[in-house]
Write a protein that binds this ligand. Sequence first.
Ligand SMILES: Nc1ncnc2c1ncn2[C@@H]1O[C@H](COP(=O)(O)OP(=O)(O)OP(=O)(O)O)[C@@H](O)[C@H]1O
Ligand SMILES: [Mg+2]
Length: 319
Amino acid sequence: MNTHTTTHIIYGQSPAIQESLRSAALIAATHVTTFITGETGTGKELFARYIHQKSTRKNKPYITINCAALPENLVESSLFGHKKGAFTDAIENHKGIIAQANEGTLFLDEITELPFQLQAKLLRFLENGECQGVGYHQARYYDVRVIAASNKNIHQEVKAGRFRQDLFYRLNIVPLELPPLRKRIGDVALLMSLFFRDLVKEYKITAPTITKEAQLCLQRYTWAGNVRELRNFCERMLILFSGKTIGIDNLPTEIRQQRHTKRDFVFHLPSQGIQLEMLEVDLYEQAIQSSRGNKSAAARLLGLSRDAFLYRLKKYGLR
Ligand SMILES: Nc1ncnc2c1ncn2[C@@H]1O[C@H](COP(=O)(O)OP(=O)(O)OP(=O)(O)O)[C@@H](O)[C@H]1O
Ligand SMILES: [Mg+2]
């Protein structure tokens, strides 16, 4: 559990995260059901909140429920509500989360953990807004945008018969797949500098500086915990190395050692080989194109300094 004040700004300039932001903005303009997937710490909860805040529902309730955290026998009444006396512990009428989220957004986190027998009931709600509280004979109808999320492979859950296929299709009308950090290493340095900037304000101490070598090592690390792991790393480094320089030897062993172990390569060398220089030129051109000619932005996309980038462009006789 993090105690620091969480901001809701989504950082990142890599094409992958920019693409996710564009999709999120389009989704926010509609009331469509959305399914956010991505590894742990990639920002699913952050994006769900972003979609709500960008939508016309922003001044209405935003309610989060973690399907894995509720005891199975309570999920139904928590979501749909119950009538007093419907079961032993139902000592009062309970409105239910869906009713509380009316006109707003409901974020169903870890959706694959929703008990199987409730999946059909949720599907009914998604299809026509029907909400049948436990112990009630009549259904009520609510207008709630649902955003679901999971870091599990839902296809596997469907295949194994643990998750209803019809519900999956209904949730997945507009999927939003958040990229893991190792697939956007250009963002590592940027996120670090922004996290340090935020944390410096919070702790009121000086940021450390990081040597080029250590920086490269951090970019090569796989970050299994993604942005959460990176942010926690920054917090630890700030506290331990405030005002000092962080070299490669100061990095935690798990990060340092990964230099020598097999890792999930961002680019796989095909068995027939490649033309490295052609690939380089191609990437430079793509970077310039996607940053619409802004050389500094293009350099960032490639994890290079502006000078290093300009030098390479000159070397290949590119503008
Ligand atoms: N692009 C980003 N910019 C800034 N902060 C981010 C970004 N992505 C994630 N974070 C931060 O990283 C932490 C983890 O993000 P979040 O809780 O949204 O991840 P998640 O995908 O829901 O993870 P889990 O699957 O473990 O629940 C949060 O503190 C969040 O604010
Ligand atoms: Mg989450």
